[in-house]
Write a protein that binds this ligand. Structure first.
Ligand SMILES: CC(C)(COP(=O)(O)OP(=O)(O)OC[C@H]1O[C@@H](n2cnc3c(N)ncnc32)[C@H](O)[C@@H]1OP(=O)(O)O)[C@@H](O)C(=O)NCCC(=O)NCCS
Length: 193
């Protein structure tokens, strides 16, 4: 049985090494991207209204995590995506999606624990009770479990085949109105199996 628990920036910071282990196992990132990831996560934890969900085994071992924060001008991801949506869809579209948004930065489940509903349950818990109008995030633009999961939660494509400045991989930028939709078969299904 995996249980979900909401934690704040201090507890997230204290568990950062294990979070990086899960990130590495789940994402298998190129070495050049792993180096700076810990610093980026540390910085994210200082952003306004940071919220994090831990997925833990009964013995307390962390097996998944998801976090987000209130997006604001001056944050790198926010500014890049705001500019790009604005260029392609107009300033109104950018403001509509990003003007009052929960920006979800990381969602990962250790491969040994994937496919049991944990990722979906973490997304619901992360977004539960948030005051923002939308949730937005980026994910690899490939037919992945993440792409499937976000689509089934009501996320739609805002940008596809998007390459971040200085990067080379292709991402989809997706957004959903809050609260997230809950499928009928998932009603009352938290915490996950
Ligand atoms: C994305 C991720 C967090 C989902 O967590 P999870 O606990 O495995 O997800 P769930 O068990 O809640 O299932 C999510 C859905 O994906 C589906 N799925 C699983 N593998 C899939 C695949 N290869 N292709 C398409 N869909 C897939 C599941 O069937 C489920 O959908 P369903 O409920 O309609 O059947 C997890 O797979 C992961 O950590 N992946 C690697 C890291 C990653 O991509 N993170 C997201 C970065 S934006």
């Amino acid at each position: 049985m995996i249980a979900l628990r909401r934690v704040g920036p201090d507890e997230f910071g204290a568990a950062l090494d294990r979070a990086i282990e899960i990130y590495t196992a789940a994402m298998r990132p190129p070495a050049d991207q792993l180096a700076g990831r810990k610093g980026i996560m540390r910085t994210h934890a200082t952003y306004p209204d940071f919220t994090c969900v831990f997925a833990e085994r009964p013995d307390g071992v962390l097996v998944g995590f998801a976090y987000g924060f209130h997006g604001l001008p001056g944050q790198w991801w926010h500014d890049v995506i705001h500019r790009s949506i604005s260029e392609r869809g107009g300033e109104g579209a950018a403001r509509g999606w990003l003007g009052n948004a929960l920006e979800i930065a990381e969602v990962h489940v250790h491969p040994d624990y994937q496919g049991k509903g944990t990722g979906r349950a973490m997304m619901h818990k992360l977004c539960e009770g948030r005051p923002e109008r939308t949730a937005v995030l980026s994910t690899h633009d490939q037919p992945t479990a993440a792409r499937h999961l976000y689509h089934s939660l009501g996320f739609v494509d805002l940008l596809t085949q998007f390459v971040f400045p200085g990067g080379y991989e292709r991402y989809a930028i997706v957004g959903a109105p809050l609260p997230l939709v809950r499928r009928e078969q998932d009603q009352g299904r938290t915490p996950p199996v």
